[in-house]
Design a protein around this ligand. Structure first.
Ligand code: G6P
Length: 760
């Protein structure tokens, strides 16, 4: 640092000196020029006036009068001498002493006579600087003699030297002051913060001593501070992942982590490029006043797929639905995400209002959604919605193909019921691509599926994929039966695969899951009881026992059914009145659809009805929070609740159940879980219920509230172990492993295996 300061100071001194000297030189030169011009003008005036006096004597040939007039001028200020020369260069009249300085006729005299004009020049004589000016003297209109005026110009040199001296002193003082001020500024604003930053980074690197949570205030170096913050975050994550890995190795466990998944993906895929397609984008940009906000949808999908995309710097293609999405993409509609630590590419696809209406709200959510969920909502199939669905699938397929254009053997993970037609569209153009589609919702029975007017097209589209994934085996079975009834194909029930037109599609269950974090230091500080008191105070409610439900307000989630169970509990067991409260977090969803819009109202009316019936003072049985909560906010409810109620009428998996278990680092809380969720197959220690059976549901609430602490802990511990081992990273790893292991029939030599067992 000291070496740096010396270099800095020397450079400053040199720089300032050179600049100041440059300016001074210009100033001195200008001043010198000014003095010279003044002198020249003065000499001209003197010469003109003397010439007027002398010309009559020249005309008359009176040398004596001429000489006398010349001598009279000798005493003039700064005038060094006056002389008159004839054409031969002989002095006709000359002031005393001038002969010594100008022993011969000055050149300007002859030039003045020859040109018949006044001429001047500066000449050096010994140490002296003289200005010699000559004008012609006329007789009978002819220049016959020359009058020479000599001035001593040495004072110009003296004055210039004086200016230089002054400049020198000024430069000295300036340099001193500027260097002093700069050094102080550098010390305060740069060296100090850098030293602080270095100390902070050393603490971070060595992991010794307390690492301050925020980066130091780096003042001018704010952009650097931001980068440091990100780097620190990555380092902390990497370090804790490494520690966790080491612990796991030590315990000989094989738990999947984001890092392990990344390493696995890299070793599996090598340089094969990866593409993901989903309807929802992982990051949406919205405008809030003048600033842009990044919104991450509260979806498990982002958590699961991001580590894969990180590992191979993949591309995620999704509908750009944020109102400011177009403002941040490049000319190819791409941007790098996550915005504060870019690791992969997001390619946004734009849809018109009509397309979104027909494809998303219409066919996907009013057609396929009720078709696949047994929730007694009638699917609506409009021909115009179907047209939009086809159009949008084609649009996404074209985008995928465009993104894949310069790649070899790409992998595509398509997500969900929005893209049933896309696998075929992609595969037709890129047979070398490995294509998987994961269906996140249930697959209905073959009878139910057969009501869909577009069943053949949907099936054909899906069978374009090399791999079709569902959450549970039951959905795979339903799917294969539907294939069997819908299309000409060979179903291999032993290997769970379909062969159609020489293309083979493997159908497998991959139960999706959640992240499973170990209890953090933050958890240790959390006291569930205190936090529950604080939370209830914030909500303005008093209760000593708490249940929670977290759902999109969707008719498949059984929200009304669980309200009825709460009502029944209070009817049958009045002791819980004033004590037990149920908080329902209900995020409004797909509200452009009438069924969803009506449901929002129905849920509110039902909660009001039950509350009106039972509420006393500041207690009421149902607290309905009808807005989207962040993942972090929801964690708080999970942690303070005695019970989590998941009463879906039908659900592919249901991640709320798993999130609740993952959040309970205290190994407390009871999960009540619908038997119609995929999660019920794994979480056998939940209280498994039929949400249509209000009596049973009310009883299970009482059972949960009265369950001994040891039993609660034992059940929760077992469920946590199951989710820890089968977390979301394992889901992603299994999907990638299966897909990368598949043989792709892109060449004749790679025809599908004939070793199948057809029931067709
Ligand atoms: C279901 C689907 C997901 C979807 C989610 C939210 O779980 O399987 O693909 O993202 O609902 O629905 P939304 O329509 O808001 O994306």
């Amino acid at each position: 640092m000291r070496f740096l300061s010396v270099r800095l100071i020397v450079s400053l001194i040199l720089g300032i000196t050179l600049v100041t000297l440059g300016f001074s030189w210009k100033q001195v030169t200008a001043q010198k020029q000014g003095l010279r011009s003044d002198l020249e003008r003065h000499a001209e005036e003197v010469a003109d006036s003397l010439a007027n006096t002398l010309e009559p004597y020249v005309e008359s040939g009176s040398k004596r009068q001429l000489d006398r007039a010349v001598q009279r001028f000798e005493s003039r200020q700064q005038l060094n001498g006056v002389a008159v020369y004839d054409k031969q260069g002989t002095p006709i009249a000359i002031t005393a002493g001038l002969t010594d300085r100008l022993p011969t006729e000055p050149a300007v005299a002859a030039r003045a006579m020859a040109s018949d004009r006044g001429t001047g020049e500066f000449v050096h004589v010994g140490d002296l600087l003289l200005h010699v000016y000559a004008v012609p003297l006329h007789a009978h209109d002819a220049a016959v003699d020359a009058l020479v005026i000599v001035h001593d110009a040495s004072y110009i040199r003296v004055q210039s030297a004086h200016v230089w001296r002054e400049t020198f002193v000024r430069v000295l003082v300036q340099v001193f002051l500027i260097v002093l001020i700069t050094v102080l500024i550098v010390r305060w604003s740069i060296v100090g913060p850098i030293a602080q930053a270095a100390q902070w980074m050393r603490a971070l690197r060595t992991g010794k001593g307390a690492i301050p949570s925020g980066v130091p205030n780096l003042d001018l170096l704010r952009p650097l501070a931001r980068e440091m913050e990100t780097m620190a975050k990555s380092l902390r994550t990497a370090r804790s992942a490494a520690e966790k890995e080491a612990q796991l190795r030590d315990a000989a466990e094989s738990i999947w982590t984001a890092d392990r998944l990344s390493a696995h993906v890299r070793s599996r895929l090598g340089d094969q490029p990866l593409f993901v397609v989903s309807n929802r984008e992982p990051y949406a940009h919205t405008r809030k006043g003048k600033s842009l906000e990044v919104v991450v949808p509260p979806s498990g999908l982002v958590t699961a797929l991001e580590p894969i995309l990180y590992a191979c710097d993949g591309t995620w293609i999704a509908h750009g639905s944020g109102d400011a999405d177009r403002e941040v993409v490049d000319k190819h509609d791409r941007l790098r995400v996550p915005p504060d630590d870019p690791r992969y590419t997001l390619r946004r696809v734009w849809l018109s209002k009509e397309q979104e209406e027909g494809y998303y709200f219409g066919f996907a959510n009013e057609g396929l959604w009720p078709l696949c969920h047994i929730a007694h909502a009638r699917p609506i199939f409009r021909a115009s919605d179907w047209e939009h669905y086809r159009e949008v699938n084609q649009r996404f397929a074209d985008t995928v193909l465009e993104e894949m254009a310069d790649t070899e053997r790409p992998l595509l993970l398509a997500q969900d019921y929005h893209f049933a037609l896309l696998p075929r569209l992609v595969k037709k153009k890129r047979p070398d691509a490995r294509v998987a589609i994961f269906w996140h919702i249930p697959w209905p029975t073959a009878e139910m599926f057969s009501i869909c007017p577009y069943q053949r097209e949907l099936m054909d589209g899906l069978l374009g994929a090399d791999l079709v994934g569902f959450h549970i085996q039951q959905h795979c079975n339903n799917f294969l039966e539907s294939v069997d009834r819908t299309l000409e194909s060979r179903v291999d029930w032993e290997r769970f695969a379909v062969t159609r037109e020489e293309h083979r599609t493997v159908v497998k269950p991959f139960p999706i899951s959640v992240q499973f974090g170990e209890p953090s230091a933050e958890d240790d500080h959390l006291n569930a009881y205190d936090d529950r008191v604080a939370l209830l105070r914030e909500l303005g409610v008093s209760a000593s026992l708490l249940g929670v439900g977290v759902d999109r307000v969707d008719y498949t989630k059984g929200i009304l059914e669980r309200f009825l169970a709460v009502e029944r509990l209070l009817e049958r067991y009045p002791a819980y009145r004033g004590k037990f409260a149920f908080i329902q977090i209900g995020a409004p969803s797909r509200t452009h659809i009438k069924r969803y819009h009506d449901l929002l109202g129905e849920v509110e009316v039902e909660a009001d009805r039950i509350n009106w019936r039972f509420q006393e003072g500041s207690w009421k049985p149902i607290i309905l929070l009808k807005w989207q909560h962040s993942h972090r906010e929801i964690q708080r409810y999970y942690r303070v609740a005695d019970i989590c109620l998941v009463t879906s009428l039908h659900d592919g998996m249901n991640l709320v159940a798993k999130e609740f278990v993952a959040a309970r680092t205290d190994e407390q809380g009871v999960l009540i879980l619908s038997q119609f969720t995929g999660a019920a197959r794994e979480l056998r220690d939940a209280l498994i219920v039929n949400p249509y059976d209000t009596e049973q549901l009310a009883e299970s609430l009482r059972f949960a509230l009265e369950m001994p602490a040891e039993e609660r802990q034992a059940r929760m511990r077992r469920m946590r172990k199951s989710i820890k081992e089968n977390n979301v990273y394992r889901w992603a790893a299994n999907l990638i492993t299966e897909l990368s292991d598949l043989r792709v029939a892109s060449t004749d030599s790679e025809r599908p295996s004939e070793n199948w067992n057809s029931v067709a």
